[in-house]
Design a protein around this ligand. Structure first.
Ligand code: PAF
Length: 284
């Protein structure tokens, strides 16, 4: 496995692979890797000849500087994990490599997909994600790229950017990997104390309750959201950032429970922000 931090080294390797007609799979990450990231690697290895994984904690997507500074970093373990899973190249750039000083920064956004959910409560977040991901796509020239569906809005926003700007690549969403109690795996989970981890287990239980109440006939969307909010708020030190029901494609808020809906939440447990979502089919 190659580990490179300079753009020239990355480009040299990609040039060789392109000349040999290898297809390239790309898994962008911010490190502190877990089994969910390894699912991206596994999907990439199945579908392409060479897999690149990037590790870069991108400062421009953190609207809260404290959150950026507290983001867990575990590079040594990350590299061992990548090696054991057969990643071909890890790109590990410095901040100054990705963001050399410029007086004319670019800004990308997909306003229609960013006005709700995390786009509403984390202003500037998706502009930062699109900035780094578009740069990484240009640098890694992948045929296919893999994103976890836990960050469902991110997946939609990036897919829309690729479509809008004709990036010659396919964006593939990989199902969320969960802990035994159903909590979505996240690099942030390591920051939870034992007590907070217990509280966090309310999240998968809330999704189970959401499905159960729908199957017992609940169709009043406001009442449904109220029941789910009240359930979450039984947790110690849990604060709801949002709990929304939107259409899974356009991410517009739903005012009726019908068809397919995306139930998406962001909560703070202590000061750790966790997100999760599920697409739920509402029976007729
Ligand atoms: O999902 C993430 O880890 C990040 O948002 C990404 C896509 C690597 C961009 O920094």
């Amino acid at each position: 496995m190659k580990v490179v931090s300079k753009i020239s080294e990355l480009k040299n390797q990609i040039g060789e692979w392109k000349a040999a007609k290898y297809s390239i799979g790309f898994c962008p990450t911010m490190g502190s890797l877990h089994a969910g990231h390894m699912d991206l690697v596994e999907a990439s290895k199945k579908e392409t000849d060479k897999t690149i994984l990037s590790i870069f904690v991108n400062p421009t997507q953190f609207n809260d500087p404290k959150d950026f500074h507290q983001y867990p970093v575990n590079t040594e373990i990350d590299l061992m994990l990548c090696e054991s899973k057969g990643v071909d190249l890890v790109f590990l750039p410095e901040v100054t490599t990705m963001y050399p000083e410029t007086k004319t920064p670019i800004q990308l956004s997909i306003p229609a997909l960013q006005k709700n959910l995390c786009g509403r409560t984390r202003p500037g977040h998706f502009e930062g994600v699109l900035q780094i991901v578009s740069k990484l796509f240009h640098l890694t020239e992948p045929n296919k790229t893999f994103f976890g569906l836990k960050d469902y809005q991110q997946f939609r926003v990036i897919s829309a950017m690729v479509e809008n700007l004709n990036f010659p690549l396919e964006v593939i969403g990989v199902p969320t990997r969960r802990e035994e109690d159903g909590l979505a795996m996240s690099s942030r989970n390591v920051r939870l104390s034992n007590k907070e981890r217990e509280t966090a287990s309310l999240i998968p239980r809330m999704f189970a309750l959401a499905k159960k109440t729908i199957h017992s006939g609940e169709r009043d969307i406001n009442l449904w959201k109220e029941i789910l909010r009240d359930f979450l708020l039984t947790g110690d030190s849990l604060r709801i950032d949002y709990l929304e029901v939107v259409d899974p494609i356009g991410l517009e808020p739903k005012d009726k429970l019908e068809g397919e809906v995306l139930l998406a939440i962001a909560v703070f447990v202590g000061d750790v922000r966790l997100i999760d979502n599920q697409i739920i089919q509402i029976p007729n």
